[in-house]
Design a protein around this ligand. Structure first.
Ligand SMILES: Cc1ncc(COP(=O)(O)OP(=O)(O)O)c(N)n1
Ligand SMILES: Cc1nc(C(=O)O)sc1CCOP(=O)(O)O
Ligand SMILES: [Mg+2]
Length: 221
């Protein structure tokens, strides 16, 4: 499994995207976003108009080739078979997806991220199986059809207060203006879709997000 220090660095500015989120070629969006400061990418091909089968795999391979060029890890959402086929760096699963211990058995040492929405779910997560937690939605979002009620940055604070040892990323409605509140509440990084994919200038929007992330020394806080 990846060491936590490295994991936290990768989580700092995490772009989640699929073809339905992009106005132009998703692989070009990824390249522009990496140039702007994205530290990890998740391929999340979901929704009624999402690509399937070979077309989905072909896009995943093109995005992976951009990520590889810049040494940025690519995480696949939900689809363990696709992760193994293209040899990406990790997988993100939710509470309703394949159980974490079964996914870990299939992926070996690759990165495994799990969504949690409550302190209880974080408490029940086996820290030996999972590399990071995705906590959301922090704010209202229109990018996930079945998103739960937003709980605000307070949810991150509550999860930190139960002493979870795992790196955490906040997700849901995060913008540059909200970045500092999310990090100060305990997140190691920000995961975003629309704040990057919806921008006219992808690189500039990413830079603005990256610059809004405060550096926090957790030992003194
Ligand atoms: C970083 C990150 N956090 C949470 C999620 C949501 O995962 P999940 O609950 O499985 O929902 P879907 O994304 O599969 O619709 C995520 N994808 N990434
Ligand atoms: C993929 C996803 N997962 C969420 C969760 O709460 O688990 S919210 C979300 C969508 C995030 O998109 P945006 O940055 O555009 O709000
Ligand atoms: Mg899922």
């Amino acid at each position: 499994m990846i060491n936590q220090r490295q994991m936290k660095e990768y989580l700092r500015l995490y772009l989640v995207l699929g073809s339905v989120n992009c106005k132009t070629d998703p692989a070009s969006v990824v390249e522009e976003a990496i140039r702007g400061g994205v530290t990890m990418v998740q391929f999340r091909e979901k929704g009624r108009h999402a690509l399937k089968g070979e077309a989905k795999k072909e896009l995943a391979i093109r995005i992976h080739s951009v990520c590889r060029r810049f040494k940025v890890p690519l995480i696949i959402n939900d689809d363990v078979d696709l992760l193994l086929e293209i040899d990406a760096e990790g997988i993100h699963i939710g509470q309703e997806d394949e159980p974490a211990h079964e996914v870990r058995a299939r992926i070996g040492d690759k990165i495994l991220g799990l969504s949690v929405h409550t302190p209880r779910e974080a408490e029940l997560t086996a820290a030996q199986q999972v590399d990071y937690l995705g906590v959301g939605p922090i704010y209202p979002t229109t990018s996930k059809e079945d998103a739960r009620q937003p709980r605000g940055p307070e949810m991150l604070r509550e999860i930190r207060s139960i002493g979870t040892p795992l790196p955490m990323v906040g997700i849901g409605g995060i913008s540059a203006e909200r970045a500092a509140d999310v990090i100060r509440a305990g997140a190691d990084g920000l995961a975003v879709i629309s704040a990057i994919t919806g921008a006219e200038d992808i690189c500039q929007a990413t830079r603005k997000l990256a610059e809004a992330i405060p550096v926090i020394d957790r030992h003194n806080s």
